[in-house]
Design a protein around this ligand. Structure first.
Ligand SMILES: Nc1ncnc2c1ncn2[C@@H]1O[C@H](COP(=O)(O)OP(=O)(O)O)[C@@H](O)[C@H]1O
Ligand SMILES: [Mg+2]
Length: 235
């Protein structure tokens, strides 16, 4: 019942120098699916996303797009394949304006429905800020730019690393509203989220990681919250 591009990892290991951060991760996501990745600080969630987009080195055959090995590629090559990361901590270019951040990303990505203009239509507040340096924005506004920057590359797979971290409740709502639109239009999303309840209610499947391993996975709707939190803390 494959519905198109499928992204998966097969026995994925990742290291930072001598330190092994991921141990044989098997993960998969299909087109249009929303999958959440939960786990405590240091579990390896960001490393898994980075390994998929190529900013952490991995063995080539362990990241597959439609069965084709794409591991070990540069982040820009993954963009052209339709895989984009909204990194932890946003990482906007501080010397560039909102508009310049978006245009630069669009140039490195693929053509499709998401353009800076479309983003401004969805988020009129952002349009008013387009000529401001990205770092002059509030945390919530910066996060919208960070998500927008990934969106305008028109990925099939959008990888979101803790996009609600440190934001006000109103800002979180705005970011998740944008994400809702994206999901409705069929983009697949990997959601790394500290808030387990939000993670489960926003996704169809989940993986729970602990110390570089997947310790539990399943269907979000029927997830047993007590069991998930036990896995989360390694009890
Ligand atoms: N750049 C790095 N250099 C060395 N170790 C790192 C680096 N980034 C993460 N780690 C280590 O890898 C493990 C997984 O980290 P990370 O993927 O950031 O976890 P999470 O996103 O789940 O909090 C942790 O033990 C962390 O200390
Ligand atoms: Mg992280």
């Amino acid at each position: 019942m494959s519905r198109g591009p499928m992204l998966r990892t097969e026995h994925l290991n990742a290291n930072y120098g001598m330190f092994q951060a991921l141990f044989g991760i098997n993960f998969s996501i299909e087109r249009g699916e929303v999958v959440s990745l939960i786990g405590a600080n240091g579990a390896g969630k960001s490393t898994l996303l980075r390994a998929i987009v190529g900013s952490v080195p991995v063995a080539a055959p362990s990241v597959l797009l439609d069965g084709e090995p794409v591991g070990g590629s540069a982040e820009i090559d993954q963009l052209s394949r339709g895989i984009a990361l909204v990194p932890e901590g946003r990482r906007l270019f501080p010397s560039l304006t909102v508009e310049e951040n978006l245009l630069l990303a669009a140039k490195n990505g693929r053509r499709g429905p998401w353009t800076p203009d479309r983003l401004y239509r969805e988020l009129p507040a952002l349009q008013k800020l387009r000529s401001r340096p990205a770092t002059a924005l509030s945390g919530g506004q910066q996060q919208l730019v960070a998500v927008g920057r990934a969106l305008v590359t028109n990925p099939d797979f959008l990888l979101c690393d803790e996009i609600s971290l440190g934001l006000s409740p109103v800002a979180v709502e705005t970011v998740y509203e944008l994400l809702g639109t994206v999901i409705e239009e069929g983009m697949a999303v990997i959601l790394v989220e500290q808030n387990v309840r939000r993670a489960l209610s926003s996704s169809s499947r989940y993986y729970c990681m602990l110390k570089g391993n997947v310790v539990l996975e399943g269907i979000s709707k029927t997830a047993d919250y007590a069991r998930v939190s036990a896995a989360y803390f390694g009890d």
